[in-house]
Design a protein around this ligand. Structure first.
Ligand SMILES: NC(=O)c1ccc[n+]([C@@H]2O[C@H](COP(=O)([O-])OP(=O)(O)OC[C@H]3O[C@@H](n4cnc5c(N)ncnc54)[C@H](OP(=O)(O)O)[C@@H]3O)[C@@H](O)[C@H]2O)c1
Length: 318
């Protein structure tokens, strides 16, 4: 399958927007499946679908070769407060997408997370069984299983330590959290404004990861659709780093003053009402060989991110 016709769910969001941008830049025919009108400035073709209705999703997949499924209810507090709603927004929705794809002969590419891991390993390989420590990880692991067991054609791509530019909301959200997402650009913004930045260190937060850019995730998804792979893939950078190491690497690549960095615990309000995995670094060696590319170092990922940020371009390494 080359230059596949791909539908993307979650394209109004952070990672999904990058996926839509990169797949489009690489010549794929992209259509975004949205649940409400994304407005006139939305950069890619969009189709309104009722994500509660398998038939509605199937109708939107009739002319597609694949669907990259990234839509999630991304709200930890609500997830815990409204568990049935959350289960449906993750596992139920993934089941509807898989059933719609099966009905239309589409391949499902499900974007999962390093938080399906329990955080006690290091550079976990693709055959590492999930052992999530919180409800988000449980819902993602259950959704992985739906794809692996139910999709006629499909794959699971675990991503983590995702860094990138938000394509539909360039100004944000951009703040350090107990995961690795947004870490680099929140640090860049602070130091470029001459502000100090506290790198959080704490045994109860996600402290080691293998960062990758959101654009690189898009490029790898394109390869996975083109090569019709199956099973579990790890979309991971080549370098496992701590938050402190990532902060210093960011200063090197973006030409920032590391003396503006402090180290300290996260503020209480930033903690999640649940355990968080500590070391979610993943090895993507097997995946990269299957996709005919290689994992890129943290330096390469940061150089690419700097070009994206400062030149407004889409930079995919693979
Ligand atoms: N960000 C990271 O660092 C990271 C790390 C690991 C894995 N991931 C995975 O990457 C994927 C995308 O994450 P993200 O950070 O890009 O999320 P995000 O920015 O919060 O975007 C979420 C997307 O899902 C849609 N959505 C929200 N609630 C929904 C619901 N109840 N039903 C259907 N769609 C809903 C949103 O659309 P509307 O505009 O309609 O609200 C939006 O397009 C997820 O599968 C996540 O598990 C992300």
């Amino acid at each position: 399958m080359t230059r596949a016709r791909i539908a993307v769910t979650g394209a109004t969001g952070f990672v999904g927007g990058a996926v839509a941008a990169v797949l489009t830049a690489k010549g794929h025919d992209v259509v975004c499946l949205v649940r409400s009108d994304p407005g006139p400035g939305f950069p890619w073709p969009a189709r309104r679908v009722d994500l509660q209705d398998t038939g509605s999703v199937a109708g939107a997949l009739e002319d597609r070769d694949g669907v990259a499924h990234l839509a999630i209810l991304n709200d930890f507090a609500r997830m815990y407060a409204q568990r049935r709603e959350a289960h449906d927004a993750y596992v139920g929705l993934t089941r509807r997408v898989v059933d719609a794809a099966n009905a239309t002969g589409c391949t499902v590419g499900y974007v999962s997370t390093d938080w399906v891991l329990d955080g006690t390993g290091h550079l976990a390989t693709e055959d590492e069984p999930p052992n999530p420590v919180n409800f988000y990880g449980v819902l993602k692991a259950a959704s992985e299983m739906v794809v692996l067991e139910r999709a006629r054609r499909g794959f699971v791509a675990r991503v983590g330590g995702v860094q990138g530019v938000h394509r539909t909301r360039p100004a944000g959200p951009r703040a350090q959290d107990v995961g690795f997402g947004y870490f680099v650009l929140s640090l860049v913004d602070a130091l470029r404004a001459g502000e100090r930045f506290t790198v959080w260190e704490d045994a109860a937060i996600n402290s080691v990861a293998t960062p990758i850019t959101s654009s690189e995730i898009g490029a790898l998804l394109g390869r996975a659709f083109d090569r019709e792979v199956d099973g579990v893939l790890h979309f991971a950078g080549a370098t496992a780093v701590t938050r402190r190491e990532l902060a210093h690497a960011t200063c090197d690549v973006f030409g920032l003053d590391p003396s503006l960095l402090d180290v300290g615990p996260p503020p209480e309000h930033a903690r999640l009402p649940a355990p968080v995995p500590y070391d979610t670094s993943m090895s993507g060696e097997v995946t990269m060989a299957r996709l005919g590319t290689r994992a890129h170092t943290v330096g390469e990922q940061l150089q690419a991110l700097r070009r994206e940020r400062d030149e407004g371009r889409v930079v995919a390494l693979s």
